[in-house]
Design a protein around this ligand. Sequence first.
Ligand SMILES: *Cc1c(COP(=O)(O)O)cnc(C)c1O
Length: 391
Amino acid sequence: MSETKLHPRTQAVHHGTRRSQYGEMAEAIFLTQGFVYDSAEEAEGRFQQAGPDEFIYARYGNPTSRMFEDRIAALEGTEDAFATASGMAAVNGAMFAMCKPGDHVVAARALFGSCLYVLELLAKFGVEVSYVDGTDLDQWRAAIGPCTKAVFFESVSNPTLEVVDLKAVADLAHAAGATVVVDNVFATPVFSRAVELGADVVIYSATKHIDGGGRALAGVICGTRHFVREVAEPYMKHTGGAISPFHAWIMLNGLQTMDLRVRAQAASSATIAAALQGHPALSRVIYPGLADHPQHAIAMEQMGSGGTMIAIDLHGGKEAAFAALNRMRIVKISNNLGDAKSIATHPATTTHQRLTDEQKAHLGITPGLIRLSVGLEDAGDLIADLHQALG
Ligand SMILES: *Cc1c(COP(=O)(O)O)cnc(C)c1O
């Protein structure tokens, strides 16, 4: 039976495993930066053309990192993947490796602050960057042109959970010959149909749901073998954004339980979002799994789930949001997401502090907005905690 035909739950446990001569059951951590050659001729040959399981230096690749790359590529349905030191190293690597001065990139405006920074950097080096409202297909259609090299967007935006119609945007991009690059963190690899719907390059911050325990930073660029090995890898290996083998090992272990964790977190999120709807302290409960979400139908088609993130907006603005945050006992105030522990974030004063008031207003990042990353605790305990915090 071909390994690639197995179901994701099976692949998440076994795919890509390489065993040493000792036959270890758990994936080994090859905590080595270098590799020994039997002869000078072998070293020369490997530098000319390294075979698929031949390594030179951990900045280029490492057996533990390769196991993680193979496993996530199989789950995502791409030919290959390159593992990076963080999610941002992956975004930076994919975009800088592919663009040159004069190229044009169209991006959704609602982006993680650091992703926005990378696009500003591209503009500084002569790439023309246009921003659109990710949910408005007319704006994508108007912005994409014959010089468009790539489109870039978060399939579900941070923190207001807007869902981009991936297939529709990919069709527009492909008609212009552009590459579709998707930051798929909020969708998670569990609910991803990104490649099937037209994504060419899929990026994850493995720091989030793949680790699932908030322990280590890592990222990954998934794509065709050509894009990963001929475009992204040369850039990554020479600029130093490779993953640590130890972190690759943490992420390999994370992948084994990711499906169970993320499905449980999404089920709790749906329960919590429904329980919070109509609460008198809230002006909005934003969750793609709720029927009143503006892109509910797209979310269900694209992910089959509302995901593990909820945003709530408090009537009383910043003061009310801070008071609620300070009363939360189980839910922790922090800024990670996808963790086993539930986390509440106040985007306006933390992750999105850098934006101007006008930009925040444009993106719906109101003073009363709290972003919730739902963890693995009992959903009833979380609802009770949120209810007492909202007063
Ligand atoms: C966290 C995050 C990133 C960056 O990932 P790091 O691992 O923190 O570098 C990029 N995009 C999105 C949507 C994220 O949530």
